[in-house]
Design a protein around this ligand. Structure first.
Ligand code: SF4
Length: 403
């Protein structure tokens, strides 16, 4: 691609013209000044639509169960019954942690859990039976309802694949939900691939859940995981699949670009990690493909040395940061201190603001996107601009608050 053509393409993106997949692929390989121009266009598009506010969600992470029927090649979260660290939380354990989080000003309760463990583990079936359930998703509903009613904090569940009935039910107790698309490539499910033993990572099934959530008007978080063996074509196709869902249903509230991290205990321990350049390049393309209105997020704990670079690649959100619990998906990567995140965000020229697990643009259309019984819970916690109420969150003393 000539520099002239590149600059014309970037200008067209800034003027609101959709970027064609073939052009996105060409942009994925630019270098030097052209790479700088790509990042600059993504940042400019973010500035025009989002201004200089960067958000984060003060959250508590509830790993309701780490039993899972899938075996993703990069996962350290999942455990089998009896394995060290295997755990399914009781309602009392959930509430105890959430109450502590509430005292520290957290507003989001992220329920992250393994997918359908009852399908392969009798121990999970027995746990559920004792509580009058057959499926983990029923227990999740009970836990979300208890959190809402007992603490007033806002559940955001991320439990894997869901059918329409599951989504309908969980929508009554969640202000938003999430499911990472990961990648649209079926190839990654082939023997030796990261999803070879993960039936719930089937792209068509994940797209189905995302589409159902769209039909049900559930504010939804999704995203891609980069560096797991996908090609640039597959990565870009995944971003376009998300863009298409958003065009059709308008319920995708944020898109996460998450980077694969090597850990000694995973099957993919010898797989190369994506470098920062790749992450920044993907973030910039995500901004251009998904447009200025989309909330684009990079998790700050996965690349702590790159805050400036990601801000300069067009992100406007750092995602959930917890003062109470660690990142159970990436336990080796501590959340940043809020003071540090705010300082470094400010040093790059931005203001850090807390937000709720549902973004302002969906709160302002509450009658369309929020179950009526949840609206008072949201109104109680949000400020006039739809972000977190000012002064609600404070940096805790971490010494006694880790799970
Ligand atoms: S990444 Fe999620 S679906 Fe895959 S094994 Fe881990 S917990 Fe299960």
């Amino acid at each position: 691609m000539t520099t002239r053509r590149l600059l014309r393409l970037l200008k067209e993106c800034l003027d609101g013209r959709a970027l064609a997949p073939g052009d996105a692929l060409l942009l994925s390989s630019v270098e030097g000044d052209e790479f700088t121009a790509l990042l600059g266009a993504a940042a400019e598009l973010r500035d025009r639509h989002k201004g200089r506010i960067v958000t984060f969600s003060p959250k508590v992470f509830i790993p309701l169960t780490n039993l899972c029927r899938d075996f993703c090649g990069y996962c350290t979260f999942r455990k089998a019954p009896g394995e060290e660290g295997a755990r399914t939380l009781s309602p009392d354990e959930v509430l105890e942690t959430v109450r502590r989080a509430g005292m520290m000003g957290c507003t989001e309760v992220l329920f992250s859990l393994g997918d359908k463990p009852e399908a392969i583990y009798p121990e999970m079936r027995e746990f559920l039976r004792q509580r009058g359930h057959r499926r983990t998703l029923e227990y999740l509903y009970e836990a979300c309802r208890a959190v809402l009613e007992e603490t007033g904090l806002l559940p955001h569940a991320n439990p894997g694949l869901m059918a329409r009935g599951d989504l309908e039910r969980l929508r009554q107790v969640n202000v938003s939900m999430g499911l990472m698309l990961e990648n649209v490539s079926e190839r990654l499910m082939e023997p030796g691939g990261p999803h070879a033993d993960a039936p719930d990572k089937k792209p068509s099934a994940r797209l189905r859940t995302l589409a159902e959530a769209g039909r049900l008007r559930i504010p939804f978080t999704t995203g891609i995981l980069i560096g797991i063996g996908e090609t640039w074509e597959e990565r870009i196709a995944s971003l376009y699949a998300i863009a298409e869902l958003q065009q059709r249903y308008g319920n995708i509230q944020e898109v996460i670009v998450q980077n694969f991290r090597v850990k000694p205990e995973i099957p993919m321990r010898d797989h190369p990690q994506p470098d920062y350049d790749q992450e920044a390049r993907t973030l910039a393309l995500a901004r251009l493909i998904l447009g200025g209105d989309m909330n684009i997020q990079a998790p700050p704990n996965l690349t702590p040395e790159c805050y400036d670079r990601y801000l300069n690649a067009g992100i406007n959100d750092w995602g959930g940061v917890s003062p109470v619990t660690r990142d159970f998906i990436n336990p080796e990567a501590p959340w940043p201190e809020l003071v540090e995140l705010a300082d470094r965000t400010a040093a790059a020229g931005f203001t850090l603001r807390p937000r709720l697990p549902i973004y302002p643009e969906y709160i302002s259309r509450a009658e369309r996107f929020i179950a009526p019984e949840l609206i008072p819970y949201v109104e109680r916690l949000c400020g006039e601009d739809g972000l977190g109420a000012v002064g609600g969150y404070h940096e805790p003393d971490r010494s006694d608050v880790r799970l």
